[in-house]
Structures are given as structure tokens and as C-alpha cells.
Write a protein that binds this ligand. Sequence first.
Ligand SMILES: C[S@@+](CC[C@H](N)C(=O)[O-])C[C@H]1O[C@@H](n2cnc3c(N)ncnc32)[C@H](O)[C@@H]1O
Length: 162
Amino acid sequence: MAKDQPNLQGRIVIEDLELVQNMLSNREELESLNITVQPHNFMQEQPITGAKVYYLRNVIHNWNDADSKTILSQLSKAMAHDSVLILDEVVMPQLGVSWKQASMDLAMMTMLAAKERTRADFDKLLNGAGLQIREIRTYDEDYGDSLIFAELLTRVDEKFEE
Ligand SMILES: C[S@@+](CC[C@H](N)C(=O)[O-])C[C@H]1O[C@@H](n2cnc3c(N)ncnc32)[C@H](O)[C@@H]1O
């Protein structure tokens, strides 16, 4: 993204566990693109507060609902009212899954006691972490790979502010 959009303003920070980041072979390139690599355990307090965008790709499907709620809650606590969380995940149809979707779901269950989720599953999970879905854009119909745009749950009193 930093390469394709050189005029993009702001900072990009890549967070992951330190032992994983120690395996990065392109640190110099990242530095040259002004991308910071910062160790972080996403089960713990998110150190970057009020970012415009938080982006997680293929992370939530590796975790059960309780752990996913912890990951998402740490993010919602750090988000500002104009922050956006983008989950890049498979969104399963309610009925008629493809064989690719079914095999991915089974792989998540057998390897990690986790799962692929439907829109209703994501609604419930995100709401439980103080978030709500604003929009979903599916970019791969075979797998259902989608960008789920979420924001802080609107408080009832805010809905009537004008
Ligand atoms: C399935 S991989 C997805 C990687 C990448 N986003 C992608 O789409 O290719 C899950 C990622 O979560 C990271 N991860 C696992 N546990 C973590 C934790 N507790 N805190 C931060 N990152 C973690 C892993 O190191 C790995 O990079």
C-alpha cells in the first residue's frame, strides 16, 4: 500500500508478536517506506490509540468467540469515534457454502478449534466488543473473502444528537 500510494499521509505500523517480527527479512525496505514494525500481543492493551484504520487480515478466523472478543475489545478500547476497523475475512453464506468455504471452515475447526463466520456471527461478535458493522465488501466470491468495515457502536444518546 505504501508503495502503490506514495502520497498517502500518516504512519503505517505493523504489529505482531516479537518472535514473528524477528523473522522479517525486509526491514530495510519497510523503513525506507516509513513503515514501523512494533511488537505487540493483541490479547493485551492496544498501544496505538485513535488510529484512522486498524486492519486485521485472516486473524479472527483463527480464534474462538471468547478469544476473538478479547482481541476486538482491545481494539475498540483504543479506537476513536472516527476510527475504522477493517477485518479482512471470509464471510460465510447462511446456506449453500462452496466446497472451498467448507474445507476452510473444517480446517479452522480441526487445527485451531476456531471457525469461519457468517454475517450474523460477525454482527454478534463485534457488538459484544462494542463495535458495529458499517459495510461489507466481498472481493472474492469463491471464498467469500470480504472487507468488513466496523466502527464503534453508536450510543443511543448520540443517535439523537443534532
Ligand atoms: C493467519 S496469520 C495472518 C497473517 C497475515 N495477516 C496474512 O493475512 O497473511 C495470523 C497472524 O497473527 C499473528 N498472531 C498470532 N497470535 C498473536 C498475538 N497474540 N498477538 C499478535 N499477533 C499474533 C501471527 O503471528 C500471524 O502473523
